[in-house]
Design a protein around this ligand. Sequence first.
Ligand SMILES: [Zn+2]
Length: 245
Amino acid sequence: MMNLTQALDELVTANRILACEGVVDSFGHVSIRHPYRPDRYVLSRARAPECIEVEDLMEFTCDGTPTDPVGRKPYAERFIHGAVYEARPEVRAVVHHHSPGVIPFSVTGARLSPVMHMCAGIGTRVPTWDSRATFGDTNLLVTNMEMARELAEALGPRPVILMRGHGCVVAGMSLREVVFNSIYLQLNANLQLKASGLGEITFLSEGEVAAVLRTRGSFTFERAWEFWCRRAARPYDVRPMEGTA
Ligand SMILES: [Zn+2]
């Protein structure tokens, strides 16, 4: 198991990568489940991901209460993370982002599904959660556990859910996986939008998505992570590899 220092360092790297790849801008955030305290998670104070340092990382209980605030202001939408960790014991990392590429799919009801093998990790069909259905006219931010729990319930066992007129949530078994799926979610949305102007789209079938995921070993995430670390000018901390996909 990774020690806490390594885990925090990797979380800083994840923030920088997501910013470097244009998935997050001044907004959006990424968290990890605490490596020793599964009832807690680690997330930065409210700051643009590109600027985040280890000192910005804060610990929260699943209901969004900071355990060591020392004057730091948390993200208003931190509740998203805790609700997913609470509902999904297997989840180790969560990203919430507002990538412009995915927004058109959240406001039209247009299907968002993998159009390319590298994007199979987004799931066969990405659902959309509409905060207005239960909570009426809000500023669309998920600022309490009630909203976050409903969002987590709508996510269910899936890796990704869109949020109408807002963004999305990506959940996974490791930080490298959620960063990978966040970047390829954005790519898939952009490719799908481009393809839709050319003609009818042939999506990956459920069987193809399953086959890609079966053969996608940690090698896939490592190869991508090393590349993204280089682009984000962060050190690459190698992880033991399984599989050869
Ligand atoms: Zn948001």
